[in-house]
Write a protein that binds this ligand. Sequence first.
Ligand code: MN
Length: 235
Amino acid sequence: MARLSAYNAKRDFGRTREPRGRIGKGKAQRFVIQRHDATRLHYDFRLELDGVYKSWAVTKVPSLDPATKRLAVEVEDHPLDYGTFEGTIPQGEYGGGTVQLWDRGTWKSQSENPPSRDLEKGQLKIELGGRGLKGGWALEGRRDETKPGRKTRHNWLLIKERDAAARPGEPDTLLKEDTSVKSGRTLEEIAQKTRKVWHSSKAATTAKRAAPARKAATKPAAKKKSRARKRKAKA
Ligand code: MN
């Protein structure tokens, strides 16, 4: 479980409906991009590799213009179950905000080397078959950014290759894709529906009211409640 321990440590599964981290077994190499309306809107780019999703938070909409490179900050590996997750992470929890399945498909490496080695070297060239992201792409590792007292950020660049799917001079063209590849919903529709369901339970009300300052005080109560509800549901 070592590869998903960072993922699990950051989340309270009594409060978020994101999946628990388990190493998966998959044949096709999948990729997903989840548009995540958190503190700042970003695009979580995930590539299936060795039973987990290698993950990067792309700070702007992926660019179909090869000349416009996007910063992709490496984040913790995610479980393969995460690839179908769409919904709202409660405010005050890690990554609080709405998640939309924005693109998905399969990927393959363009090189002969194992992708894990290319990733270590900071140079991965891939082919993507998604709704918005197609053809050749590259992930290039950049020098890490370390500030005193802060965690090292592993910065990469996500770059479109020059091919038939490229759109030179149109870096923001994918902004027009604003619906889910899973449900067809916009971020707003996902947020509203989730809130409706979420509101109907007591735990939901607690989650919404819990301001960061009160979090420590309300958290154990909310946890107890959700465990109690689970017991009730089983009974
Ligand atoms: Mn995210």
